[in-house]
Ligand binder design. Structure first.
Ligand SMILES: [Fe+2]
Length: 226
């Protein structure tokens, strides 16, 4: 009985492992930086290079949206249900997600126009839109990591994290593989071994055997734009 109580105490005070959330933020920061740098180096008429940026952008946009939707729909409502005082932070996070969404839409339009024609004006627009988005996600992530993550860590359970993992498995496989490869790639480039270790073992094995080549195929051409 007392052993049970003691066990309950430990589980009640243990913090949820949020490394996958930090990994997602790292991947979104890293690849936004990659796109910003490549755009800054792009010259008019470089159609192939613009197309390479466009391919990375399409994956980026889907990953960013999926991440924000998961937080807004699956994480913050759980926290607020168990800790009603989180409502204020939740409202701020939802507002910030809307701001970032709008910046992503502007960037998407600019990158689509760039894919049609890589001229001085479309490049300048894309540079500007991506810079705004990069700053937007930074402002949001800093606040989210500061005010929302500690509350999430205090409230979330292993079952909640398992539910998020099951949701990842319901994504189309190509997309899931690309997102994991992007997270792994960003963590390796940042030398963040603890974050790589947060990926499930089976995924780490498949990354080493197969999936990293998908990442290289998409990201290497963008990193080569100088
Ligand atoms: Fe986030």
């Amino acid at each position: 009985m007392s052993a049970d109580l003691h066990h309950n105490d430990i589980t009640a005070t243990r913090e949820a492992d949020l490394r996958r959330f930090h990994l997602a933020h790292l991947a979104l920061r890293t690849h936004a930086d990659d796109i910003c740098r490549a755009l800054a180096a792009l010259r008019p008429g470089e159609v192939e290079k613009a197309a390479a940026i466009g391919r990375l952008w399409m994956i980026y946009e889907a990953a960013a949206r999926g991440h924000d939707v998961a937080e807004s729909a699956l994480c913050w409502p759980v926290v607020v249900e168990r800790d009603p005082s989180f409502a204020e932070v939740q409202a701020d996070m939802d507002k910030q997600h809307q701001v970032v969404d709008e910046q992503a839409r502007t960037a998407s339009n600019a990158l689509n126009r760039l894919a049609e024609e890589a001229c001085r004006a479309t490049i300048a627009d894309a540079v500007e839109a991506m810079a705004a988005l990069r700053q937007g996600i930074e402002d949001h992530f800093i606040d989210e990591e500061d005010r929302a993550f500690p509350r999430l860590a205090a409230t979330f359970t292993d079952e909640d994290l398992d539910a998020l993992e099951r949701r990842r498995h319901r994504m189309p496989k190509d997309m899931r593989v690309m997102f994991i490869a992007a997270e792994d790639g960003a963590a390796r480039r940042a030398n963040a071994r603890d974050l790589v270790a947060a990926l499930p073992l089976g995924d780490r094995i498949r990354l080493a055997l197969f999936w990293r080549r998908h990442y290289r195929k998409i990201v290497a051409p963008v990193l080569a734009i100088k």
